[in-house]
Design a protein around this ligand. Structure first.
Ligand SMILES: [Zn+2]
Length: 93
């Protein structure tokens, strides 16, 4: 079966700004709000256990340095975690 392409919401910080990205399995791709022409791509696998609190759980736009987190669906057990949403998050201090 072909890898299913799903639309996921991308939530930017402040003013409830949103966009749409695409996901397949645990991977997601989206456009940064800075207007960088290439898409950002990230996955949920390196998120455990620290999630967005660890550098490996984040995606940084190489153009504007904004940070994003690919949100996994909360599931019991192990294995790949499906990407359900992308959130812009504040940089780590
Ligand atoms: Zn950017």
């Amino acid at each position: 079966m072909p890898q299913r392409q799903r639309q996921v919401s991308v939530n930017f910080l402040g003013k409830k700004r949103r966009s749409v990205g695409v996901a397949t399995g645990n991977n997601a791709a989206w456009r940064c709000r800075c207007g960088r022409s290439l898409w950002l791509i990230g996955h949920t696998l390196s998120c455990s256990p620290g999630g967005p609190n660890t550098p490996a759980g984040r995606v940084e736009c190489p153009h504007c340095r904004r940070h994003y987190f690919v949100v996994p669906r909360a599931t019991a057990g192990n294995g790949a975690k499906r990407a359900i949403r992308v959130e812009e998050i504040p940089p780590l201090n």
